[in-house]
Design a protein around this ligand. Sequence first.
Ligand code: NAD
Ligand code: GLY
Length: 349
Amino acid sequence: MKDIHLGSGLLKNCGDIIGAAHKPCRAAIVTDYTVGAIYVTTVADSLKAAGFEPLIFAFEAGEQSKNFETYEKIVNFLADSEITRSDIAVASGGGVVGDLTGFAAATYMRGIDYVQLPTTLLSMVDSSVGGKTGIDLEAGKNLCGAFRKPLCVISDTDTLDTLEDKYFGDGLAEIIKYAMLGNEKIMELLSERIASDNMRDALKPVMDELVAESVKTKLSFVEEDFLDNGRRKYLNFGHTIGHAVEHASRYAVHHGAAVAIGMCAMARAGEKLGYTEAGTAAALEELVRACALPTDTIISPDDLENSALSDKKRRGSEIDLIFPTKPGHCELVTLPVSDLHNILCLGVK
Ligand code: NAD
Ligand code: GLY
């Protein structure tokens, strides 16, 4: 985790941290209007103090911006700013900013270095780490992208103080995923607080530990299989149905909430199909509800199937799906795509 910096108050020192990884140069900061209004001055000032020349590009916040149009604007901004291959891009924001900036950095001039400064819980525990970058297409989520690792990741946990509850919850969904994949410490930290009125407040004293454990778990899958051909696929637990829920709801359901629905649906379907121990779905649903996340969707299996068929996990006539076998353990099962409809009918109430 040497390139991943985590702690309170790091943003005001981001210039020095980046300076240890890259010599001073032009630094194209990409952010959204919401994050930019709160944090871009701190980032730009810190870069300037460390000898970098900051330039700023901002776009409308939200998943609706994770498309070709914004990508095109970012790469044109890099070109107009005369960014060269010895310069860097800096993603300051959540997963949408990170995925767009990473994809622009992976493709502009066939690749320039970039840095992730995640400001949401989801981007700290998941999207900033692991080098998946990309944009959504009309046909589906994340269908166009590239693998490119950031030079470094700087997670200033103080930035979570300004994050709205609904976005904080999205991060908790990915954290629950790591617990279901086998991180016992995370399962313990969440389970101890399952009865609390406000999970966010209850987790505050252990937030740095929770983020660090999450990153550790994510890296344990990514380092073995950067290009997502094997073990990394376990990180897609809940994502096939989750991406379908996002796409079919036209992104009204956020990524994390959709993943929570997807995980619960796979547990319910898994119990009925014999992959999952009885009681797993109920235990998972309890955890999901405690984090104020949804466990199900009103979108029909037919509509979800249409969205799921364009999923990246599909390989021709087969699809790789992750079923929980019990809390803290999951298995990858390759099934004919034709089974998906039945799984959706069994998983979505
Ligand atoms: P997001 O980037 O849309 O951010 C959520 C909202 O919070 C936005 O409105 C943003 O402006 C606001 N915000 C961000 N930081 C803030 C702060 N500190 N204070 C106040 N407001 C703040 O959403 P997200 O949940 O961070 O990321 C979701 C995206 O991440 C999805 O597109 C998903 O596909 C992607 N993702 C990518 C990977 C990967 O490996 N690349 C993994 C998981 C998710
Ligand atoms: N979020 C899935 C992955 O990074 O592989």
